[in-house]
Design a protein. Sequence first.
Length: 319
Amino acid sequence: MRLFICTNNRINWVDYYKAFSIFLIVLGHSVLEHEQLIYFLFLFHVPLFFFISGYFEKTEDCDVKNYLYKIVYALVIPYFIWNLLCVIFAWPITIRRICGLVVGLSLWNAASWFLSVLVIIKLVALMVKKNMFKSAAITITILFILFIIDYRMPYYANLAFMFMPFYFLGMYGKSTINKISQYFENKISVNILLFMVGVTMLYACFQYTNIPHTQAVVSFTKIVWLYWLTGFLGIVSMFFLCISFNNKPCGIVQAISISTLFIMCSHFEILRRTTGYITNKYGDIFTILFVILFFSMQCLCIPFVMRYFPILAGRKKVK
């Protein structure tokens, strides 16, 4: 299997979108002296992935059994595998912690919450596709109440309501998104301009929040309308940046794109324990350089992982 060889049957802007987004996720989990950069990234970097996950969700009816099988294989199994692989960071192991992991009240891999929340949102999407609108409405209402209560729920169910709009934006906006990408793919200067406008608006929102409010947004518990706004601005900005590369396929970018789950779940515990020391000792510049080096090493591991342990990326073996 040659992962770093370009293939022609892919949507190039999506590959760049996922590659850039996962790097922002990795950078956002580092420890920097100037924390404003981290706060800024937290305004939009997670919505990027819920949106692109929804983009690949088909709106037509589906076979329930096959749909649930894909969820279990691509999300549920990797969720528990990655938490078990990070058992060393949860030491000492007790019966209470094991039970907490099983029922979703504790995480041994801090980044894996994304997987459990995505499962919940995909189940709501399934209800909608099967025309189970009453069940979907009841579920969304319950998720809204859990979000308002702001209490840590099993598998982070209290966060599902927060990210659901981004998922459905990608799911039901796909046809419009495709038309826009086709229209703008050769208008590079316009794309860059729109990207810069989006980033400027994001920065304006960041200045509006101020530090205490930004910390509230980071915790996903306050100013929900602002988080939806900044998430949308981040999605639009990243979209216009990436469609400029729609005619420029890249093998490494494609490899990163299909392995974002592996990268997402394999960096957090290590970076949180190393970047703090590097920042205190050498400063932010060296920390960012280390993050880039670490991200590059993760990319070099992709061929090995996808050949022998593709389940770590939520995928099956590719011959």
